[in-house]
Design a protein. Structure first.
Length: 246
């Protein structure tokens, strides 16, 4: 056993460190995430990812990172089953937005108690149309893929997004929209006001920078991830290239 002293309190740590299960909250440790996005995909999350990186919160995790790091699919499945693989997933990241992480925001909020939570907003009907033409379409097509890496990513997303978030039927508009609103309601009810930032990407830099206490960049706020760009990225295109402004 190794004994560590800290303000007259001791912590006994077995020499087989890989057996240790860390607590849900690790505020006493220097953890990387400063920002947790809690808005669903297609609410401007990829634009927000790039914006946060411009502001210095680099790197920022996003579903596109799962395309770049296919080994993360298994880690997210483990998280869905109850594990907390956050240090492995977010190693080198200061922020996260979009799925899969958004499905875990209550756990992440506790695990990273100093992080700010950003709720990206969008008109609900506009969101549903966009999601149907991108995320939902990609789920349906991806389940038919013969490419193992893409298939694993889609199966992970199906477990977490299709079944876990929207009840298994993406064509059931009423259920999908109810889940969308329930997420927002839960955020307002459970996230402390001092940690929550409500953000509409249409408003650009000013409200985001004011909330984060950062200077306003001299470049335009990013406007990226059209339907066409989404399709290319989801099929395995480099998420760090070819992001034209829209």
């Amino acid at each position: 056993m190794t004994t560590l002293a800290d303000d007259e309190q001791t912590l006994d740590i077995p020499h087989r460190l890989f057996l240790i299960k860390w607590p849900l909250s690790v505020g006493a440790f220097d953890m990387p995430l400063d920002i947790i996005g809690v808005g669903y995909g297609r609410t401007g999350t990829l634009s927000l990812k790039q914006a946060l990186e411009i502001l210095g919160y680099s790197d920022c995790y996003h579903m596109s990172e799962v395309v770049a790091h296919p080994e993360h699919s298994a880690l997210w499945i483990n998280a869905w089953k109850g594990d907390d693989p956050w240090e492995a997933i977010f190693d080198g990241y200061r922020a996260t937005v979009d799925w899969p992480a958004v499905a875990f925001w209550p756990r992440l909020m506790n695990y990273y108690p100093k992080a700010k939570l950003i709720l990206t907003t969008r008109d609900v009907e506009s969101w549903y149309r966009s999601a149907s033409n991108t995320i939902f379409k990609a789920m349906k097509e991806g389940m038919l893929s013969d490419e193992p890496t893409r298939r694993e990513r889609v199966e992970m997303a199906k477990d977490i997004i299709v079944d876990g978030t929207f009840g298994g039927d993406l064509d059931d508009k009423a259920t999908v929209l109810a889940a969308y609103q329930q997420n927002i309601d839960r955020i307002y009810n459970e996230v402390p006001k001092e940690r929550l930032i409500i953000f509409d990407s249409a408003e650009g830099w000013d409200p985001l920078c004011e909330a984060l206490g950062t200077p306003i960049p001299k470049v335009p706020y990013p406007r990226i991830n059209t339907t066409e760009e989404f399709e290319q990225r989801w099929r395995g295109g480099d998420p760090r290239r070819g992001l034209r402004s829209t």
